[in-house]
Design a protein around this ligand. Sequence first.
Ligand SMILES: C[S@@+](CC[C@H](N)C(=O)[O-])C[C@H]1O[C@@H](n2cnc3c(N)ncnc32)[C@H](O)[C@@H]1O
Length: 211
Amino acid sequence: MKKIELALKRGLFYLLSAIFKRWFGNMPMIELEQKHIEGCEVLINRDLLLQKLPKNAAVAEIGVENALFSERIMTICKPAHLDLNDWWLDKQTYQTSLSRMKQYSNVTFHKSKSVDYLKSKTDNTLDWVYLDTDHTYPTTKAELEEAHRVIREDGMICGHDYTSVDYSGLKKYGVVEAVNEFCMTYNYKFLYLTHEASRHISFVIQKIKNP
Ligand SMILES: C[S@@+](CC[C@H](N)C(=O)[O-])C[C@H]1O[C@@H](n2cnc3c(N)ncnc32)[C@H](O)[C@@H]1O
């Protein structure tokens, strides 16, 4: 009985792996070098991470949903300005975000696709961005490349879900693949990683300064 169960589990695993490959495509699995994580600090949650980020800064959160994290950004980081971008396909979620943030005069809503929002921004104008949209490899790769252009010289690119699968384990994420590839190609290193038990890890990366 145990043997049959094991064989069934194995079969199901191979089937799911094949389906995942077909749905999500092949992604580059790139190992970082030591220089990409040298000095990286590990923090227990996102609130602690926000405490480490520059205050009074020009910031964008990309992928906002109902603005719960936006509120944490406002409270902890007190940005000079916060752009909120999401395509808000759900009207109710959009309304919830608007009403949650209505007390702040330095917040601008941008209802569009993430990459279109980033493309609309001028070079070197934001201090940091937080990416948290669909977590697929192609979207994250495109967002990282645009964010690189939009942030200032010492700017930071942050994001959520530097992890392999979603809560149910049924959606393959491509954030690790996209971020690692980006760090190798654009010479960025990790400043911070969070360490939530859920493994919905946030990251902060910054361009490595030439010696
Ligand atoms: C995980 S939620 C964001 C959660 C929020 N950052 C937080 O921490 O509370 C992801 C959001 O990204 C939005 N989204 C997904 N793909 C997008 C895209 N390509 N462009 C713009 N928004 C997108 C969804 O509408 C959703 O509201």
